[in-house]
Write a protein that binds this ligand. Sequence first.
Ligand code: FES
Ligand code: FE2
Length: 350
Amino acid sequence: MSRIIEFDDQRVKTNPADWYWREDVMRHERQNIFKKNWQLCARSAQLMNSGDYLVESIAGLPVILVRTEDGELKAYQNVCRHRAGVLSVESHNNCSRLRCIYHGWTYNLDGKLIKAPAIMQESGFDAEAFSLYPLLCESWNGLVFVNFNIKAESLGSWLGDIVGIMNEYPKLDNEFVFVREESKAINANWKSYADNSCEGYHLPLVHREMAAFMNTALTRIEAREGEYVHFDVTYRDDCQACWIYKYPNFLIACEKNYINIQSTDPLSPGTSRLRDYFWFSPECTEEQIQENLKASDLVTEEDRKICELVQKNLQTGVYSTGELSLTQEQGTRYFQQLVRRDIGEKVGQI
Ligand code: FES
Ligand SMILES: [Fe+2]
Protein backbone atom coordinates (compact mmCIF):
# COMPACT_ATOMS: atom_id res chain seq x y z
CA MET A 1 0.00 0.00 0.00
CA SER A 2 1.21 3.48 -0.72
CA ARG A 3 2.43 5.82 1.97
CA ILE A 4 0.10 7.61 4.40
CA ILE A 5 0.24 11.33 3.78
CA GLU A 6 1.73 13.16 6.72
CA PHE A 7 0.59 16.71 7.10
CA ASP A 8 2.36 19.41 9.07
CA ASP A 9 0.63 20.97 12.05
CA GLN A 10 0.11 24.40 10.52
CA ARG A 11 -3.51 25.52 10.81
CA VAL A 12 -5.24 25.01 7.49
CA LYS A 13 -7.99 27.03 5.84
CA THR A 14 -10.79 25.50 3.81
CA ASN A 15 -10.93 26.27 0.10
CA PRO A 16 -12.80 29.51 -0.70
CA ALA A 17 -16.58 29.39 -0.52
CA ASP A 18 -17.00 30.90 -3.96
CA TRP A 19 -15.27 27.88 -5.52
CA TYR A 20 -18.49 26.06 -4.65
CA TRP A 21 -20.78 28.20 -6.78
CA ARG A 22 -18.83 30.09 -9.44
CA GLU A 23 -19.54 29.11 -13.07
CA ASP A 24 -15.95 29.81 -14.12
CA VAL A 25 -14.64 27.50 -11.39
CA MET A 26 -16.75 24.70 -12.77
CA ARG A 27 -15.39 25.31 -16.26
CA HIS A 28 -11.84 24.98 -14.93
CA GLU A 29 -12.78 21.84 -13.03
CA ARG A 30 -14.19 20.31 -16.18
CA GLN A 31 -10.95 21.02 -18.06
CA ASN A 32 -8.45 20.26 -15.33
CA ILE A 33 -10.12 17.64 -13.17
CA PHE A 34 -12.93 15.80 -14.98
CA LYS A 35 -11.24 15.65 -18.37
CA LYS A 36 -8.04 14.32 -16.82
CA ASN A 37 -9.21 11.66 -14.39
CA TRP A 38 -10.88 8.36 -15.18
CA GLN A 39 -14.63 8.65 -14.83
CA LEU A 40 -17.07 5.87 -14.02
CA CYS A 41 -19.49 5.64 -16.93
CA ALA A 42 -21.44 2.36 -16.80
CA ARG A 43 -21.45 -1.28 -15.74
CA SER A 44 -19.98 -3.72 -18.26
CA ALA A 45 -23.15 -5.80 -17.97
CA GLN A 46 -25.09 -2.97 -19.62
CA LEU A 47 -23.10 -3.52 -22.83
CA MET A 48 -22.79 -7.26 -23.27
CA ASN A 49 -23.43 -7.70 -27.01
CA SER A 50 -21.81 -6.13 -30.00
CA GLY A 51 -23.78 -3.08 -31.04
CA ASP A 52 -24.97 -2.35 -27.50
CA TYR A 53 -24.53 1.33 -26.86
CA LEU A 54 -25.20 3.72 -24.03
CA VAL A 55 -25.42 7.48 -23.92
CA GLU A 56 -24.08 9.29 -20.86
CA SER A 57 -23.01 12.69 -19.71
CA ILE A 58 -19.91 13.33 -17.61
CA ALA A 59 -19.52 16.75 -16.01
CA GLY A 60 -21.86 17.98 -18.75
CA LEU A 61 -19.82 16.38 -21.56
CA PRO A 62 -21.78 14.00 -23.82
CA VAL A 63 -20.37 10.50 -24.17
CA ILE A 64 -21.43 7.46 -26.16
CA LEU A 65 -20.19 3.99 -25.24
CA VAL A 66 -20.46 1.10 -27.65
CA ARG A 67 -19.44 -2.54 -27.87
CA THR A 68 -17.87 -3.08 -31.29
CA GLU A 69 -18.15 -6.11 -33.55
CA ASP A 70 -14.92 -7.55 -32.09
CA GLY A 71 -16.38 -7.28 -28.60
CA GLU A 72 -14.25 -4.31 -27.60
CA LEU A 73 -15.74 -1.42 -25.62
CA LYS A 74 -15.17 1.99 -27.17
CA ALA A 75 -16.13 5.46 -26.09
CA TYR A 76 -16.55 8.64 -28.12
CA GLN A 77 -17.64 12.16 -27.49
CA ASN A 78 -21.27 12.18 -28.53
CA VAL A 79 -20.66 15.07 -30.91
CA CYS A 80 -21.15 14.66 -34.64
CA ARG A 81 -18.20 15.91 -36.70
CA HIS A 82 -20.53 17.71 -39.14
CA ARG A 83 -22.25 20.44 -37.15
CA ALA A 84 -22.14 18.99 -33.65
CA GLY A 85 -25.37 17.00 -33.68
CA VAL A 86 -25.90 14.04 -31.37
CA LEU A 87 -25.61 10.41 -32.32
CA SER A 88 -28.51 9.07 -30.40
CA VAL A 89 -31.03 10.33 -27.93
CA GLU A 90 -32.04 7.01 -26.47
CA SER A 91 -30.06 6.20 -23.37
CA HIS A 92 -29.50 2.50 -24.05
CA ASN A 93 -30.03 0.45 -27.15
CA ASN A 94 -28.46 -1.76 -29.80
CA CYS A 95 -27.30 -0.68 -33.23
CA SER A 96 -24.97 -1.62 -36.07
CA ARG A 97 -24.03 1.97 -36.92
CA LEU A 98 -24.03 5.27 -35.08
CA ARG A 99 -26.13 7.78 -36.94
CA CYS A 100 -26.44 11.47 -36.19
CA ILE A 101 -30.02 12.55 -35.70
CA TYR A 102 -29.49 15.87 -37.51
CA HIS A 103 -28.42 15.20 -41.14
CA GLY A 104 -27.69 11.51 -40.94
CA TRP A 105 -23.90 11.34 -40.97
CA THR A 106 -23.24 7.73 -40.06
CA TYR A 107 -20.23 6.21 -38.31
CA ASN A 108 -19.28 2.57 -37.86
CA LEU A 109 -18.79 1.24 -34.34
CA ASP A 110 -15.06 1.97 -34.65
CA GLY A 111 -15.93 5.64 -35.03
CA LYS A 112 -15.15 6.01 -38.77
CA LEU A 113 -17.44 8.14 -40.93
CA ILE A 114 -18.94 5.74 -43.48
CA LYS A 115 -21.89 7.71 -44.82
CA ALA A 116 -22.61 11.41 -45.16
CA PRO A 117 -25.58 12.11 -47.44
CA ALA A 118 -24.58 14.14 -50.53
CA ILE A 119 -21.39 15.57 -49.03
CA MET A 120 -19.61 12.22 -49.39
CA GLN A 121 -19.82 12.58 -53.20
CA GLU A 122 -18.71 16.21 -53.25
CA SER A 123 -15.24 16.97 -54.49
CA GLY A 124 -12.48 17.39 -51.97
CA PHE A 125 -14.42 15.92 -49.04
CA ASP A 126 -12.15 13.69 -46.97
CA ALA A 127 -14.32 11.35 -44.89
CA GLU A 128 -11.21 9.94 -43.18
CA ALA A 129 -10.67 13.25 -41.46
CA PHE A 130 -14.05 13.11 -39.72
CA SER A 131 -13.95 10.13 -37.37
CA LEU A 132 -15.64 10.53 -34.01
CA TYR A 133 -13.48 12.01 -31.25
CA PRO A 134 -12.33 9.01 -29.19
CA LEU A 135 -12.06 8.71 -25.43
CA LEU A 136 -10.06 6.11 -23.56
CA CYS A 137 -12.29 3.32 -22.30
CA GLU A 138 -11.34 0.52 -19.90
CA SER A 139 -13.16 -1.89 -17.62
CA TRP A 140 -12.32 -3.09 -14.16
CA ASN A 141 -14.35 -5.26 -11.80
CA GLY A 142 -17.52 -5.00 -13.87
CA LEU A 143 -17.28 -1.20 -14.18
CA VAL A 144 -16.59 0.81 -17.32
CA PHE A 145 -14.52 3.97 -17.03
CA VAL A 146 -13.67 6.58 -19.64
CA ASN A 147 -10.98 9.22 -19.85
CA PHE A 148 -11.19 12.32 -22.08
CA ASN A 149 -7.42 12.59 -22.09
CA ILE A 150 -6.33 10.03 -24.63
CA LYS A 151 -2.77 10.21 -23.31
CA ALA A 152 -3.82 9.46 -19.74
CA GLU A 153 -2.24 6.71 -17.62
CA SER A 154 -4.04 3.35 -17.70
CA LEU A 155 -7.08 2.79 -15.52
CA GLY A 156 -5.10 0.27 -13.44
CA SER A 157 -2.39 2.79 -12.75
CA TRP A 158 -4.95 5.48 -11.86
CA LEU A 159 -6.71 3.10 -9.45
CA GLY A 160 -3.34 2.19 -7.92
CA ASP A 161 -3.71 0.50 -4.51
CA ILE A 162 -7.47 0.18 -4.99
CA VAL A 163 -6.98 -2.77 -7.36
CA GLY A 164 -5.12 -4.73 -4.66
CA ILE A 165 -7.51 -3.69 -1.90
CA MET A 166 -10.51 -4.83 -3.93
CA ASN A 167 -8.85 -8.16 -4.76
CA GLU A 168 -9.57 -9.05 -1.13
CA TYR A 169 -13.30 -8.55 -1.71
CA PRO A 170 -15.81 -10.51 -3.80
CA LYS A 171 -15.80 -9.70 -7.51
CA LEU A 172 -18.70 -7.60 -8.73
CA ASP A 173 -21.11 -9.48 -11.01
CA ASN A 174 -19.27 -12.78 -10.39
CA GLU A 175 -19.29 -13.37 -6.66
CA PHE A 176 -21.65 -10.56 -5.68
CA VAL A 177 -24.95 -10.02 -7.47
CA PHE A 178 -25.98 -6.69 -8.94
CA VAL A 179 -29.13 -5.46 -7.20
CA ARG A 180 -29.74 -1.79 -7.81
CA GLU A 181 -28.67 1.32 -9.66
CA GLU A 182 -29.96 4.71 -8.64
CA SER A 183 -29.30 8.19 -9.85
CA LYS A 184 -30.45 11.26 -7.99
CA ALA A 185 -29.91 14.97 -8.21
CA ILE A 186 -28.64 16.83 -5.16
CA ASN A 187 -28.63 20.57 -4.67
CA ALA A 188 -24.98 20.82 -3.76
CA ASN A 189 -21.69 21.33 -5.51
CA TRP A 190 -19.88 18.04 -6.10
CA LYS A 191 -17.02 19.24 -3.83
CA SER A 192 -19.39 19.79 -0.89
CA TYR A 193 -20.32 16.14 -1.17
CA ALA A 194 -16.67 15.09 -1.53
CA ASP A 195 -15.52 17.20 1.44
CA ASN A 196 -18.13 15.40 3.48
CA SER A 197 -17.26 11.94 2.15
CA CYS A 198 -13.59 12.34 3.10
CA GLU A 199 -14.05 12.82 6.85
CA GLY A 200 -15.60 11.00 9.79
CA TYR A 201 -15.94 14.15 11.92
CA HIS A 202 -19.63 14.51 11.02
CA LEU A 203 -20.62 10.93 11.83
CA PRO A 204 -21.80 11.37 15.47
CA LEU A 205 -24.27 14.16 14.67
CA VAL A 206 -25.28 13.57 11.08
CA HIS A 207 -25.45 9.75 11.15
CA ARG A 208 -26.59 9.04 14.68
CA GLU A 209 -27.91 5.55 13.94
CA MET A 210 -24.80 4.41 12.08
CA ALA A 211 -22.44 6.07 14.55
CA ALA A 212 -24.09 4.16 17.41
CA PHE A 213 -22.96 0.93 15.73
CA MET A 214 -19.44 2.07 15.04
CA ASN A 215 -16.46 1.43 17.21
CA THR A 216 -14.83 4.79 16.68
CA ALA A 217 -11.77 3.90 18.77
CA LEU A 218 -10.88 1.17 16.26
CA THR A 219 -11.84 3.07 13.10
CA ARG A 220 -8.95 4.55 11.15
CA ILE A 221 -9.09 7.14 8.40
CA GLU A 222 -5.98 7.68 6.30
CA ALA A 223 -5.18 9.99 3.42
CA ARG A 224 -2.89 7.98 1.16
CA GLU A 225 -0.60 8.76 -1.73
CA GLY A 226 -2.44 7.76 -4.87
CA GLU A 227 -5.10 10.39 -4.19
CA TYR A 228 -7.48 8.43 -2.05
CA VAL A 229 -8.79 8.40 1.49
CA HIS A 230 -9.06 5.00 3.15
CA PHE A 231 -11.51 4.34 5.99
CA ASP A 232 -10.90 1.16 7.94
CA VAL A 233 -14.17 0.87 9.83
CA THR A 234 -14.92 -1.39 12.78
CA TYR A 235 -18.48 -1.87 14.01
CA ARG A 236 -19.53 -2.77 17.53
CA ASP A 237 -20.26 -6.37 16.47
CA ASP A 238 -16.60 -6.53 15.28
CA CYS A 239 -17.64 -6.51 11.62
CA GLN A 240 -15.24 -4.61 9.43
CA ALA A 241 -15.94 -2.32 6.52
CA CYS A 242 -13.70 -0.52 4.06
CA TRP A 243 -14.65 2.78 2.46
CA ILE A 244 -12.50 4.42 -0.16
CA TYR A 245 -12.86 7.90 -1.58
CA LYS A 246 -10.74 8.25 -4.72
CA TYR A 247 -10.13 11.74 -6.03
CA PRO A 248 -11.95 13.35 -7.62
CA ASN A 249 -15.39 11.71 -7.43
CA PHE A 250 -15.34 7.94 -7.00
CA LEU A 251 -16.39 6.14 -3.85
CA ILE A 252 -16.41 2.46 -2.85
CA ALA A 253 -17.99 1.10 0.31
CA CYS A 254 -17.36 -2.57 1.10
CA GLU A 255 -19.67 -3.75 3.86
CA LYS A 256 -20.20 -7.25 5.20
CA ASN A 257 -23.06 -8.15 2.83
CA TYR A 258 -22.67 -5.72 0.01
CA ILE A 259 -20.51 -3.38 -2.04
CA ASN A 260 -21.73 0.08 -2.94
CA ILE A 261 -20.09 2.14 -5.69
CA GLN A 262 -20.90 5.81 -5.92
CA SER A 263 -19.87 8.69 -8.13
CA THR A 264 -20.72 12.37 -7.92
CA ASP A 265 -21.10 14.10 -11.25
CA PRO A 266 -21.39 17.88 -11.44
CA LEU A 267 -24.49 19.10 -13.29
CA SER A 268 -24.05 22.78 -12.50
CA PRO A 269 -22.07 24.68 -9.85
CA GLY A 270 -24.89 24.18 -7.36
CA THR A 271 -26.21 20.75 -8.39
CA SER A 272 -24.77 17.28 -8.80
CA ARG A 273 -25.89 13.84 -9.79
CA LEU A 274 -25.23 11.07 -7.34
CA ARG A 275 -25.00 7.63 -8.93
CA ASP A 276 -25.18 4.57 -6.72
CA TYR A 277 -24.71 0.91 -7.60
CA PHE A 278 -25.20 -2.00 -5.20
CA TRP A 279 -24.01 -5.61 -5.36
CA PHE A 280 -24.97 -8.11 -2.65
CA SER A 281 -23.76 -11.48 -1.43
CA PRO A 282 -25.82 -14.26 -3.06
CA GLU A 283 -26.37 -15.60 0.46
CA CYS A 284 -28.44 -12.57 1.47
CA THR A 285 -32.17 -13.00 1.76
CA GLU A 286 -34.47 -10.43 0.17
CA GLU A 287 -35.22 -9.17 3.65
CA GLN A 288 -31.53 -8.63 4.43
CA ILE A 289 -31.05 -6.85 1.11
CA GLN A 290 -33.93 -4.49 1.81
CA GLU A 291 -32.73 -3.85 5.35
CA ASN A 292 -29.20 -3.02 4.17
CA LEU A 293 -30.45 -0.80 1.35
CA LYS A 294 -32.66 1.05 3.80
CA ALA A 295 -29.76 1.69 6.16
CA SER A 296 -27.52 2.81 3.30
CA ASP A 297 -30.23 5.07 1.85
CA LEU A 298 -30.66 6.68 5.24
CA VAL A 299 -26.94 7.56 5.37
CA THR A 300 -27.01 8.96 1.83
CA GLU A 301 -30.10 10.98 2.64
CA GLU A 302 -28.50 12.38 5.78
CA ASP A 303 -25.42 13.36 3.76
CA ARG A 304 -27.55 14.90 1.02
CA LYS A 305 -29.45 17.03 3.53
CA ILE A 306 -26.40 18.38 5.30
CA CYS A 307 -24.55 19.04 2.03
CA GLU A 308 -27.55 20.96 0.66
CA LEU A 309 -27.72 23.10 3.82
CA VAL A 310 -23.98 23.78 3.61
CA GLN A 311 -24.30 24.65 -0.07
CA LYS A 312 -26.95 27.26 0.69
CA ASN A 313 -24.73 28.82 3.33
CA LEU A 314 -21.66 28.80 1.08
CA GLN A 315 -23.69 30.86 -1.37
CA THR A 316 -24.84 33.51 1.11
CA GLY A 317 -21.60 35.47 0.95
CA VAL A 318 -21.40 35.56 4.76
CA TYR A 319 -18.76 32.88 4.90
CA SER A 320 -15.62 33.02 2.77
CA THR A 321 -13.42 30.38 4.38
CA GLY A 322 -13.18 28.29 7.57
CA GLU A 323 -10.56 26.10 9.22
CA LEU A 324 -10.08 22.33 9.22
CA SER A 325 -9.27 20.09 12.15
CA LEU A 326 -5.73 18.75 11.97
CA THR A 327 -6.76 15.42 13.49
CA GLN A 328 -10.31 14.85 12.25
CA GLU A 329 -10.34 16.19 8.72
CA GLN A 330 -7.12 15.02 7.10
CA GLY A 331 -9.06 13.37 4.28
CA THR A 332 -10.90 16.60 3.49
CA ARG A 333 -7.64 18.51 3.78
CA TYR A 334 -6.10 16.15 1.22
CA PHE A 335 -9.09 16.43 -1.13
CA GLN A 336 -9.08 20.23 -0.94
CA GLN A 337 -5.33 20.30 -1.50
CA LEU A 338 -5.73 18.25 -4.69
CA VAL A 339 -8.47 20.60 -5.91
CA ARG A 340 -6.15 23.57 -5.19
CA ARG A 341 -3.34 21.87 -7.08
CA ASP A 342 -5.56 21.33 -10.13
CA ILE A 343 -7.44 24.62 -10.37
CA GLY A 344 -5.99 26.97 -7.71
CA GLU A 345 -3.83 29.06 -10.02
CA LYS A 346 -6.53 29.38 -12.62
CA VAL A 347 -9.36 30.47 -10.37
CA GLY A 348 -7.40 32.60 -7.92
CA GLN A 349 -6.60 31.72 -4.32
CA ILE A 350 -7.94 33.85 -1.50
S1 FES B 1 -24.74 17.57 -37.33
FE1 FES B 1 -24.56 15.48 -37.57
S2 FES B 1 -25.16 15.11 -39.55
FE2 FES B 1 -25.27 17.23 -39.40
FE1 FE2 C 1 -21.73 11.05 5.83
